[in-house]
Ligand binder design. Structure first.
Ligand code: SF4
Length: 405
């Protein structure tokens, strides 16, 4: 199954506010909401400062933070300003992330009227104890209610985000959570493994021994249970953490916006901490709302830093990101971009991984097998460390399991 390889650009908007920080979260956001009106003006002003010449956009993703802290008329202003300032193609995918605690039916209807056609709900779990452990502000009842209301508001393209791998998380408890998620028949389910990010309260609890992480083997059991349960319920895994409800056309329910990151299509990010990637160049905005506002209000783009990727860095990214996807690395694209035959330069490593049934290489793609996906990070690192000109390994995934001999 090959996914559409659109090289149109994506636009990401980072809303830097949350009602309260969740214990595990290291995304940039602040809980001082009084800056909301000033930030909205700055965001719209940033659109006028951005150079997006030659780019046509077919996805817009309003994420954060918690975009649903804004009422629908503010979201409507953002969407309208985007269509005025950027070349947006018809039938664009327009997504908003929603926190179950901060979205009413009226608000959801307003988002639809504003042009939003995809909604991604941060459910994380249907178990109240898990929500409390994660420090989420919403309850199980609110999670269920917002999914039903998203349907009532007319959204066909609904995604749910779920988290697994909490301390003591049993396979049975996780399966119950997933079963409940599938009962709502959302178009998309993303399942992320809990990670202990530096600087978060959860990480402090880990360091002080207040929480015990699951063993790698147990995490692997949960990961494999995820794939099995979701596939049995009519979803297919198209990326290591992402599952789309099966339709005649497999591309129907995938996240077209996230696919841009994995296929290294161009994207522009607006708002504090947002990253942009255009033609081998990556740059990112000031992290703090204050510095972001100062830059914009003085008429300067709020860019903090830029980097131009070397060919080797680009190759590493192509390998890591390609292996995350079920379809794998596009070998024709790899040859066109780097002038190197992937299957030829890595033939010894591929032969070894094929023997262990961790990878499959066809004429067009190199993809991890079902078993290989559980060792994604280690296998990707093997390609980076192999004796070919790709140096500077960087970890992109939650899996650190060593590949068994
Ligand atoms: S609501 Fe989302 S962005 Fe905000 S703190 Fe929680 S996980 Fe992070």
């Amino acid at each position: 199954m090959n996914l559409p390889n659109s090289q149109n650009a994506g636009l990401y908007i980072h809303i830097p506010f949350c009602v309260r920080k969740c214990h595990y979260c290291d995304f940039y956001s602040q809980t001082e909401l009084s800056l909301k009106p000033r930030f909205l003006n700055a965001l719209i002003a940033e659109m006028e400062l951005v150079s997006a010449e030659g780019l046509s956009f077919d996805t817009l993703y309003i994420g954060g933070g918690t975009p649903s802290v804004y009422e629908c008329n503010a979201i409507g202003q953002i969407v309208a300003a985007i269509s005025q300032n950027f070349d947006c193609l018809p039938d664009s995918e327009i997504t908003i992330e929603v926190n179950p605690a901060s979205a009413s039916l009226e608000q959801l209807k307003g988002y639809r009227e504003a042009g939003i056609n995809r909604i991604n709900i941060g459910v994380q779990s249907f178990n109240q104890k898990n929500l409390d452990f994660l420090g989420r502000i919403h309850t199980t009842a609110e999670a269920c209610k917002v999914i039903i209301e998203a349907h009532q508001a007319g959204f066909k393209n609904i995604g749910l985000d779920m988290i697994y791998g909490l301390p003591g998380h049993s396979a049975q408890a996780w399966q119950r959570d997933l079963e409940q998620a599938t009962q709502y028949r959302p178009a998309h389910i993303a399942c992320y493994m809990l990670t202990y990010e530096k600087g978060t309260p959860l990480n402090s609890d880990l360091k002080s021994g207040r929480v015990q992480p699951l063993s790698d083997d147990h995490v692997r059991v949960l990961f494999e249970a995820t794939i099995e349960l979701l596939e049995d319920n009519g979803y297919f895994q198209y990326e290591i953490s992402n599952f789309a409800r099966k339709e005649k056309d497999p591309a129907t329910n995938i996240s077209r916006h996230n696919l841009k990151y994995w296929t290294r299509a161009p994207y522009i990010g607006l708002g504090p901490s947002a990253h942009s990637f255009i033609k081998s160049q990556r740059y990112w905005n000031q992290l703090s709302v204050d510095r972001y506002l100062v830059a914009i209000e003085s008429g300067r783009p709020p860019i903090a830093e830029r980097e131009v990727l070397t060919a080797e860095q680009e190759m590493i990214e192509t390998i890591y990101l390609g292996l995350r996807m079920t379809q794998g690395i596009d070998l024709t694209g790899f040859r066109q971009k780097f002038g190197i035959d992937f299957a030829e330069i890595f033939k010894d490593l591929i032969a070894d991984l094929e023997k262990k049934e961790y990878i499959k290489v066809s004429a067009t793609h190199a993809a991890l097998t079902w078993q290989g996906k559980a060792f994604l990070d280690s296998i990707a690192a093997m390609f980076v460390e192999a004796d070919v000109p790709v140096a500077g390994a960087k970890s992109y995934t939650a899996f650190h399991n060593n590949v068994p001999d």
